[in-house]
Ligand binder design. Structure first.
Ligand SMILES: CC(C)(COP(=O)(O)OP(=O)(O)OC[C@H]1O[C@@H](n2cnc3c(N)ncnc32)[C@H](O)[C@@H]1OP(=O)(O)O)[C@@H](O)C(=O)NCCC(=O)NCCS
Length: 137
């Protein structure tokens, strides 16, 4: 079953402006080391950050919380499989919220897809609950 869906569109030029203005303060508050490493080695640095920003916003919508002041952004983190496919990993408050919305006997799976076409970066996040196979032990 579907537990939640969220989307966000982020403006790459606005993210570039924030990077220019706040630098590492912005990077370190919002993005994990993995997200920063990926973005900083890209030709399109701001576009790569903007996709991850959109993914966090979309994830917060799928979790049904939205974004509030003081939120721990790094508790929603994007990494990439070797195929390039993005994966969303939640920790802290986001992990607790996910557990709270997952029905008993189910596991939650977060699906994320990203795209960008300057000046826009877009993300969709979908949260699925799958029944856990009964323990036959
Ligand atoms: C996946 C693909 C269609 C992306 O198309 P694109 O027009 O270049 O880029 P888009 O802006 O639409 O999407 C980029 C995002 O697609 C996602 N993506 C990349 N590979 C993906 C895959 N195999 N499956 C699902 N999503 C993928 C990523 O999130 C990427 O953004 P990110 O690298 O910042 O995380 C294209 O890269 C492709 O066909 N790749 C073939 C596989 C390949 O070359 N793999 C290289 C492995 S090293």
């Amino acid at each position: 079953m579907i537990l939640g869906i969220g989307t966000d569109l982020a403006n790459i030029d606005r993210i570039q402006g924030t990077l220019d203005r706040f630098g590492d303060r912005f990077r370190n508050r919002v993005f994990t080391a993995v997200e920063q490493a990926k973005s900083e080695r890209r030709h399109d640095v701001a576009g790569t950050y903007a996709k991850r920003w959109a993914a966090k916003e979309a994830c917060s919508k799928a979790l049904g919380t939205g974004l509030r002041m003081g939120i721990a952004w790094k508790d929603m983190a994007v990494s990439n499989l070797s195929s390039g496919q993005p994966v969303m990993h939640v920790t802290g408050w986001a992990e607790a919220r996910l557990a709270q919305m997952t029905p008993p006997g189910h596991e939650a799976i977060i699906h994320v897809t990203l795209t960008d076409d300057h000046p826009w970066a877009q993300a969709f996040v979908l949260i699925e609950a799958r029944p856990v196979a009964p323990d036959r032990g």
